[in-house]
Structures are given as structure tokens and as C-alpha cells.
Write a protein of this length. Structure first.
Length: 149
């Protein structure tokens, strides 16, 4: 099956399949598509454009981990130049030792927010500052505000 509307996707699927055994394009709901790379015991690596699903921008590669229960488990890497060899190497580094390559400031703020939520139950996003008495909530909220400037 050809995915000509998304530059580099056929090449990426072939390289990911060769490197990790399985890779395929899957409908993710709402008209969105991603390349899925199942990883035994970890869940699925979901590969899209750097800023969304395939076709969102056709710019770079962005990868997120979906855990075995189907829950979002955070960003894995970004490859701004849409290089397939760099994508494969970034995923190998993540699987080898947990290295997360090319994450943006926003990715890092989201990871901190997700961990803080898991630890405390506090919820912070760009429009909601979380617990007004919690210093970490305020710092995370300021991180989101910095992204919007």
C-alpha cells in the first residue's frame, strides 16, 4: 500500500519494519493516521509528523509511546529533518537506554506535568494553573505560558 500523500512514509515503514520487525500505518481515529511500531513489553511507538499525526504538517518525525494498556506514555523523540535513518537511530537509542532525542521545551513541560499529576493528582495545562498553593504547579504553568510566547 502506497502512502504518497505523506512524504517519506513508505520509506519509514520499510526501515522500521526492518529494524524492529513490525511497522504499519494505522487509522488512529478522527481521520488521523500514524505509523505503529509494536514493541514487546512496552506497547506501541506511534510515529507521526513532528507536530501531529501523519499529514498534519509533513514536517519532521515525532514519536510517542502508547503503553500496553493503551494509555499515552509520553514523547519519545523528534527528528526535525524527516530523516528516516535518524528516526531509526533515535528509536534504537530509546529502546536501548531510554534516551529521548530532540524533545522540545513543550515536550519537557508536558513530561514534567504528567509526572507531577501522577505524583500529586494536580492537573495543570496552559489554561489552568493547577493548585494555586503548589510551587511546582505554578512553575509548570509558567513553562506552558513560555511556549505560547
Amino acid at each position: 500500500m502506497s502512502h504518497d500523500q505523506w512524504p517519506g512514509v513508505d520509506e519509514a515503514v520499510a526501515a522500521l519494519r526492518e529494524a524492529f520487525g513490525t511497522a504499519y500505518v494505522e487509522h488512529t481515529g478522527g481521520g488521523c493516521f500514524s505509523i505503529y511500531v509494536p514493541i514487546e513489553g512496552m506497547g506501541v511507538l506511534s510515529v507521526g509528523d513532528m507536530h501531529g499525526p501523519l499529514g498534519d504538517s509533513n514536517h519532521g518525525w515525532g514519536v510517542e509511546l502508547i503503553d500496553p494498556d493503551g494509555d499515552y506514555a509520553g514523547p519519545v523523540c523528534n527528528v526535525p529533518d524527516r530523516s528516516v535513518p535518524k528516526l531509526v537511530e533515535a528509536l534504537r537509542a530509546f529502546l536501548r537506554d531510554g534516551t529521548r532525542t530532540g524533545l522540545t521545551h513543550h515536550d519537557l513541560v508536558c513530561m514534567r506535568r504528567d509526572q507531577h499529576h501522577a505524583d500529586t493528582g494536580h492537573f495543570v495545562n496552559p489554561a489552568h494553573a493547577g493548585d494555586p498553593e503548589c510551587i511546582e504547579c505554578q512553575e509548570i504553568h509558567q513553562g506552558f505560558q513560555a511556549d505560547e510566547q
